[in-house]
Design a protein around this ligand. Structure first.
Ligand SMILES: [Zn+2]
Length: 385
């Protein structure tokens, strides 16, 4: 562990950089970057690449066919031989389509920076950039090589980027995810539920509801009975939930419906619960004779179990204390790319990014005054883990 005063020194130097941090945030946010619009996302990618390039880091642009390009930035301290690697992971894509900025402009009011993607999670990328700058200025040799990976499709499931960040995570001793923190106190996300989606289709037999009701097999009745069964699988205390979010079926009131369908949202905090939920789902059998069930889907993101982040969080808490900052943690129901890296068995600390509120909404914002401390926390973690 380097000099005990270093965290405080890093914090002091980063506090003086706040105006530059906010100016950089403006540049990143005004370059809109919807996950599904490659041309716009690539423009934003270029602007982020330029900012990191100016920092003297090695910037590599990984071309993507359908999504925005990925950015892989490596930094190793010249003086010492780095052994091992730390991965800083995040995404620059946002959920807002191109042009949103016209009705949701970037603006700073009362210490809050508003705009599409400020909080989720462009401020996180800014904080990481300034953390690296502070480390370079502090001239303390880094023990490990640093890799920063900024992806472009997290908001739509990370299908294209997953193999890249998983490969990088496998080479790393720890992963720091710069997704937004939680609440005004900036809680880190030390556990995240696994998330999935499943579809249950019931096939019955159509018939005239008045003339030949006995010949029909009512797919809606069957689906309703299955759903009352499935509903009981939720266990809030254990963090297991099944939510029937969409149902449909039938054609007319006087027709016995031959088909009905439900789409289920699945969540679990533990890998074991995720597995048993998937098993139960696929073991469902019809309750009405003659009905047939078709079940597809399952978990897309495994849970980030708290045991994968506990040691890193403890380290972060101690470092924050040295800067006179209190650091808390929480469990959240939504997933991130940290779920994937933790599932590989790599220690992962998530929610290290911005402090603010309103992700994916018109009032999305970042508390600008918190940015230097967050950057300092990341910098000290990169020095000491
Ligand atoms: Zn995000």
């Amino acid at each position: 562990m380097p000099d005990k005063n270093l965290p405080k020194e890093l914090l002091r130097s980063l506090k003086s950089r706040l105006p530059q941090m906010v100016a950089t945030l403006r540049r990143f946010v005004t370059a809109e970057s919807p996950s599904l619009e490659k041309a716009a996302a690539d423009r934003c990618c270029g602007i982020i690449a330029e900012a990191w390039g100016k920092q003297g880091a090695r910037v590599e642009r990984i071309t993507q066919k359908h999504r925005g390009d990925l950015l892989r930035i490596t930094h190793a301290s010249g003086k010492s031989r780095a052994s091992g690697q730390l991965l800083v992971l995040g995404h620059y894509d946002t959920v807002y389509s191109n042009g949103t900025i016209a009705r949701m402009p970037y603006r700073v009011r009362g210490g809050k920076a508003y705009g599409p993607g400020t909080f989720d999670m462009k401020a996180g990328i800014v904080q990481a950039l300034f953390a690296l700058q502070a480390l370079q200025q502090a001239e303390t040799p880094l023990r490990k090589r640093l890799v920063f990976l900024w992806t472009s499709d997290e908001e739509i499931g990370s299908e294209a980027s997953r193999k890249f960040f998983e490969a990088e995570a496998r080479r790393s001793d720890a992963v720091f995810v710069l997704e937004p923190s939680f609440g005004p106190r900036g809680l880190l996300k030390t556990a995240r539920k696994g998330v999935g989606e499943a579809e249950l289709i019931v096939h019955g037999r159509a018939s005239h509801a008045g003339l030949a009701p006995q010949e029909g097999i009512n797919a809606i009745h069957e689906l309703a009975r299955q759903l009352t069964r499935i509903e009981k699988w939720s266990d809030f205390r254990r963090g297991v939930t099944v939510n029937a979010g969409i149902i449909e079926g039938g054609t007319r009131a006087n027709v016995i419906p031959e088909r009905a369908r439900a789409v289920l949202d699945l969540r679990a905090l533990r890998v074991s619960d995720m597995r048993s939920l998937e098993e139960r789902l696929h073991e469902l059998r019809p309750l009405q004779s003659g009905a047939r069930l078709e079940i597809t889907g399952g978990f897309d993101r495994p849970p980030l179990e708290s045991k994968m982040s506990a040691a890193l969080f403890e380290r972060a808490r101690v470092l924050a204390k040295q800067m006179n900052l209190a650091l808390g943690e929480c469990t959240v129901g939504g997933g991130s790319d940290g779920n994937f890296t933790a599932a590989l068995g790599i220690p992962t600390l998530d929610g290290l990014g911005a402090v603010g509120d309103g992700a994916h909404s018109t009032h999305e914002h970042v508390l600008t005054n918190t940015m230097p401390a967050r950057a300092a926390l990341l910098a000290t973690l990169l020095l000491t883990v």
